[in-house]
Design a protein around this ligand. Structure first.
Ligand code: ADP
Length: 480
């Protein structure tokens, strides 16, 4: 019994030992696990701290980016609103409290440099402005060489204390190669001093202001040049219109004079002409041959004088608008052919060949009687100034809404220096050939007046010893 009890007790003790052993093993395994967990926990804690720190940095960075973006957007809008300002004072006035605050500062001022005239003042008292002006004056050389914004002026620290400002930035506003103004901003409105964004935006603003001032200078130069030009044009126009009035006055005096002289001459000339014709026709008795010969010359010259006086009267009548120009549709080709036919005896007499290039019909608005005189004058001149055996060409063609009539010859031509004066009254080219050829120098003047009264143009091309071509235009009658 006792033995059994001992065995049972020993078994129990063994089982207890085994149990304890197993428990100890489990505890040691749990301890190991626990240590590993603790380690992991420490690492997790470290990571969490790291994440929190990163998150804070990210937030700060995000805030900085957001701040920068906000300021840049403001700057963009400010530039958009002020880019077209063409006046310095107005430009400076834009830099008000709102702008100062929006770019991140509480106070600001602008001084012109080197005059130190205050252009804007946002929130500074007189003592602060004076102290700053003093500071700029004392450090003129250092400031004059500023090429970018600065807070580092080595002389600035005492001033900061004196002005009772934590911080300030000085920005040079550069136009051309010199500082035009100093833009100064004070006290960041973010605690902890000025941010990079504030400095960057301020620097851009200073550069932009310089650019604007350059633009204003260029605009002013351009504007003044334009104004000067306008004044000069106005002066010249005034002078020209004065000269034109003078010319018109003189021209009127001249045509009045010519008109009255021609009138006065016409009556005695008609009487002389009457008597000379009767005398030449021997109505007052037979004349000795020599007297008759001389009288014939007198009669010829009287005829020329009558022609001249009549032409002068016609010129002054057209000039003064007293001659009625009756414009009516008429065929210019037919008229050119008829006039050439009418003059053909004289043309043939001078052994000249005629080329007629006026086929069919071309209706224009014209006073037929006056245009006939134009054609007679021009073809007569072509005959007069072309040597024997030459050629005369008459042509009519249509170009757009105009008829262009031309009369060319292969004659002596007109020197370039005379071409401009050829339509003046009494103007004749002065050369030995011309002196032989009779004329008054009035024909072309009348021709030009007639064409002008038809709102047409007249011009010529000529080459000495090659020939001359006169052109004139008339308005074509359009088909309905
Ligand atoms: P006139 O023939 O009576 O001299 P015009 O006024 O008709 O007067 O002509 C003026 C001048 O123009 C002429 O004297 C002549 O010198 C020059 N002229 C005109 N037509 C021609 C031409 N076809 N060829 C050369 N010279 C011409």
């Amino acid at each position: 019994m006792c033995t059994l009890s001992i065995i049972v007790a020993a078994s129990l003790i063994l089982m207890l030992i085994i149990y304890l052993y197993l428990q100890a093993k489990e505890i040691s395994a749990l301890n190991r696990k626990n240590r590993t967990l603790e380690k992991n926990l420490a690492s997790l804690d470290h990571q969490a701290k790291f994440i929190i720190q990163n998150d804070m940095e990210l937030k700060l960075y995000q805030n900085a980016v957001h701040d920068k973006l906000e300021k840049l957007t403001f700057l963009k809008n400010f530039i958009g609103a002020s880019i077209n300002i063409l006046d310095r004072e107005t430009l400076f006035m834009q830099l008000n409290k709102q702008v100062t605050n929006a770019i991140g500062f509480e106070k600001a001022c602008i001084f012109t440099f080197p005059e130190l005239e205050i252009k804007i003042n946002v929130g500074l008292n007189d003592a602060q402005l004076d102290a700053f002006a003093d500071f700029i004056n004392k450090h003129h050389t250092a400031i004059a060489s500023l090429s970018q914004i600065s807070s580092e002026l080595d002389v600035a620290s005492p001033l900061k204390k004196q002005l009772n400002f934590e911080d300030f930035l000085v920005g040079p506003v550069i136009t051309g190669a010199r500082i035009h103004a100093l833009f100064i901003v004070f006290q960041s409105n973010i605690s902890g001093g000025m941010t990079d964004a504030e400095k960057e935006v301020f620097s851009i603003l200073c550069m932009y202001l310089g650019q604007c001032l350059d633009n204003i200078t260029s605009f002013e130069a351009l504007y003044h040049a334009g104004e000067e030009l306008e004044t000069r044009v106005k002066k010249k126009t005034f002078e020209l219109s004065k000269t034109l009035t003078e010319i018109k006055k003189i021209s009127k005096l001249k045509s009045d004079f010519i008109s009255s002289v021609s009138h006065e001459l016409r009556t005695p000339l008609t009487s002389i002409k009457g008597f000379s014709s009767l005398l030449v026709a021997e109505k007052f008795g037979i004349l000795p041959p020599k007297a008759k010969e001389r009288l014939k010359k007198i009669d010829d010259n009287v005829n020329k004088l009558v022609d001249m006086v009549n032409t002068l009267l016609d010129i002054s009548r057209i000039e003064s608008g007293k001659m009625e120009v009756k414009l009516a549709p008429s065929d210019i080709c037919l008229l050119a052919r008829n006039v050439t036919d009418f003059l053909s005896p004289q043309i043939e007499g001078k052994q000249l060949t005629v080329h007629m290039q006026a086929p069919g019909e071309l209706f224009v608005y014209m006073d037929k009687h006056l245009i006939e005189r134009v054609l007679i004058n021009l073809i007569n001149n072509a005959m007069k100034f072309t040597p024997l055996g030459g050629t005369i060409s008459v042509s009519c063609r249509r170009e757009d809404k105009k008829a262009i009539v031309s009369i060319s010859d292969t004659g002596y031509g007109i020197p370039p220096a005379d071409i401009d004066k050829i339509f003046q009254e009494f103007y004749r080219v002065d050369n030995p050939m011309n002196r032989e050829i009779k004329g008054s120098g009035l024909g072309l003047s009348l021709v030009k007046k007639i064409i002008t009264s038809h709102q047409g143009d007249i011009w010529l091309e000529s080459e000495v010893d090659q020939g001359t071509t006169f052109y004139f235009t008339l308005k074509v009658v359009e088909d309905e």
